[in-house]
Design a protein around this ligand. Structure first.
Ligand code: ZN
Length: 474
């Protein structure tokens, strides 16, 4: 039995984790709707599921991690109108920017990344089957899920249909207009009609486009199957998005959509929920200008994924110095001494310090991915490294630190040793001035040495008569 326990939103309890197929985990996390740049809230969700899939792999599971791209949505269409562009141009641009953010944050790529527009026919079929089974109805070119036909509706949010009726809202069109189309105000659109000139696809109900919730249900069914192990996302997705995905899929298949539903909490900025609408939008790239990917990751992981995070400069600075402490401790590690990929894996077997690290780390992560405790174990090891006078031992511990930090997605890249391009060209100028000085003193041995050493680094020095020497990359 796997010792892993996860908190399941569906049952409201921490449960033992048992995957459908022993040794394999199928994980689907809702991806971005690509109409704008990503902010820290998106980063938190991406890092949460990045760490979860990394740890599952480390625990020996064969993981299939799927994260979709919602590349058709009213938000994308509205943005395209604002920008006088086509919706697919907007979607492509922000897909690239999302990929760049994920790359820069060292969030691993999903194994499969379906785009909604690739599955339109599957979505149409899905809606047709729901109509056939009596769970959905066509109305004025739209198709709605008949919430009253699915007795378990509200089970993820844990609210009765009556309670939900009170809070029913529709973002896209006015309630008055929808009142005439829907049987019940909580009914949600599987398919929305569109004007002939608007982005859409031909369907049995005329020109239109799919509803957001149907996109994920259809992609899960087609890419992964009817029941998956883990369905994840931010807690703002519990209702209505995941509730509706669950209703559609379980109504159609008569079996659970996911065994475990995992949701991460949000990021607050000065006690307000971070979202663009509240005007406290911090983009991932703007944060990356000031902090490394490791510092952002540490900032996120020092809080358990189900607790809210307060974003402020001081806690980011604290995360930065914490990360630097790990990097300094890891400097002792020899990545690959032979340079041939045969670096030795640290062996926990006989060493009490490493055995304790391994058990503390796994115990923390097996307890619903308790990253604050897992990172504390890494800091404990860093303290040991600083206190160790035996160099061989320190090197071994530093190797272990890199290995376990890597499970959490830290690179521990020694940023102190990375020189940006303006510093680099400044250094070349310093050397050329020294060479100039040597030449003026007729010390040609010295000036030639500088030229030759620079050439070895791929920098070609070009002497110009009567002027300062220039240089270029060879
Ligand atoms: Zn989704």
């Amino acid at each position: 039995m796997s010792p892993l326990k996860v908190f399941n939103t569906l049952t409201g309890k921490k449960e033992d984790f048992h995957s459908i197929t022993p040794g394999k985990v199928v994980l689907y996390a809702c991806g971005p709707t690509v109409y704008d740049v990503s902010h820290l809230g998106h980063a938190r969700m991406a890092l949460t599921f990045d760490v979860i899939q990394r740890y599952l792999r480390f625990s020996g599971y064969d993981v299939t991690f799927v994260r979709n791209i919602t590349d058709i949505d009213d938000k994308i269409i509205n943005r395209a109108k604002e920008l006088h562009q086509l919706p697919e141009q907007v979607a492509r641009q922000y897909t690239y920017s999302f990929w760049r953010d994920m790359h820069d944050l060292n969030a691993a790529s999903p194994d499969i990344e379906p785009r909604a527009t690739q599955y339109i026919q599957a979505m149409i079929n899905f809606a047709e089957e729901l109509i056939k089974k009596g769970y959905a109805y066509e109305s004025g070119g739209d198709v709605y899920f008949d919430v009253a036909s699915f007795s378990e509706y509200g089970k993820l949010k844990k609210q009765s249909l009556d309670d939900l009726l009170q809070g029913a809202r529709e973002q896209v069109r006015s309630q008055d207009e929808l009142k005439e189309l829907k049987k019940n105000p909580v009914d949600f659109a599987l398919w929305k009609s569109a004007s002939p000139g608007d982005t859409g696809w031909q369907s049995p109900w005329g020109w239109g486009r799919p509803g957001w919730h149907l996109e994920c249900s259809s992609m899960i069914k087609h890419v992964l199957g009817e029941t998956i192990d883990i369905h994840g996302g931010g807690e703002d997705l519990v209702f209505p998005h995941h509730e509706n995905e669950l209703a559609q899929s379980e109504a159609l298949h008569g079996k659970p959509l996911a065994r475990y539903w995992l949701h991460n909490s949000f990021v607050q900025v000065e006690a307000e929920k971070m979202s663009k609408s509240l005007g406290n939008f911090r983009t991932i790239q703007s944060i990356l200008e000031q902090y490394s990917a490791d510092a952002i990751r540490f900032f996120v992981l020092q809080t358990h994924y189900r607790s809210p995070i307060e974003f402020c400069g001081e806690s980011m600075d604290a995360a930065k110095s914490g990360t630097l402490r790990l990097i300094r401790a890891a400097r002792m590690a020899v990545d690959d001494a032979n340079g041939d990929g045969t670096a030795e894996e640290p062996d926990e077997g006989s060493d009490a310090v490493l055995q304790k690290l391994d058990s503390d780390f796994r115990e923390a992560m097996d307890d619903d991915f308790n990253t604050p405790r897992a990172t504390a174990a890494l800091f404990g090891l860093a303290d040991t490294i600083f206190a160790t006078t035996d160099e061989t031992l320190a090197t071994r511990y530093a190797g272990a630190l890199k290995k376990y930090a890597g499970v959490l997605g830290f690179t521990l890249t020694d940023t102190a040793k990375i020189i940006d391009s303006s510093t680099g060209s400044g250094l070349v100028d310093v050397l050329l001035n020294l060479r100039e000085h040597a030449r003026a003193n007729k010390d040609y041995k010295q000036s030639d040495m500088i030229r030759d050493e620079l050439a070895k680094l791929g920098i070609k020095v070009m002497d110009v008569k009567g002027a300062k020497a220039g240089w270029e990359r060879a």
